[in-house]
Design a protein around this ligand. Structure first.
Ligand SMILES: [Mg+2]
Length: 183
């Protein structure tokens, strides 16, 4: 099999350690963080929890989430990479600016009509077939995105939620280990 042309990453919980940033606004807005399903599309999750999307985005602190150790180094090794995320585009773009990260393509919740993300429109935008991309993610929703189009998938095993729950398939224990699956 040819190496992928591009690596597509989930953002939250895969490149950046953002659980606390994602959950803090839930507390502030009076909902219960134990009800949150991580990896959900932001607008759908806000609606389900009975909070306003605008209030959530206003309360979301874009200054606090840091990359997982090794994530920046991995990105520095890649010729082409992109982000496919369920988060709000305003939050994502502010965080990407702060980190100085410039993915080739970023598609966030607005690009998927605020429903769950999908690689179908991403492949269209990239002009690539499924066998030319690899997705790296930390949630079942990420895996379903890969399965929907039939592309390679690598679990972000550096995320504690992934590490502590057994997953079938390919698991990278550190970001740099993703490089092992590119050839
Ligand atoms: Mg995630």
């Amino acid at each position: 099999m040819q190496p992928p042309e591009i690596v597509i990453f989930d953002f939250d919980g895969t490149l950046i350690d953002s659980d606390e940033a994602l959950l803090a606004p839930i507390d502030l807005l009076g909902a219960s963080r134990s009800d949150v399903v991580m990896g959900s599309a932001v607008a759908q999750e806000c609606e389900r929890l009975g909070i306003s999307l605008d209030d959530y985005v206003d309360a979301y602190d874009t200054e606090v989430s840091m990359p997982f150790p090794g994530a920046a180094e991995l990105l520095g090794e890649l010729d082409r990479w992109a982000i496919c995320s369920n988060k709000h585009p305003a939050s994502a773009s502010t965080e990407l600016d702060r980190l100085g990260w410039q993915p080739e393509l970023v598609m966030c919740a607005d690009a998927f009509d605020w429903g769950h993300k999908s690689l179908v429109p991403m492949l269209e935008r990239l002009g690539l077939d499924a066998d030319q991309v690899m997705l790296v993610g930390d949630s079942g929703g990420d895996l379903r995105c890969a399965e929907e189009v039939g592309c390679r998938f690598v679990w972000a095993g550096w995320n504690e939620r992934v590490r502590t729950h057994p997953h079938s398939g390919v698991v990278a224990n550190t970001p740099l280990e993703v490089l092992n699956y590119l050839n």
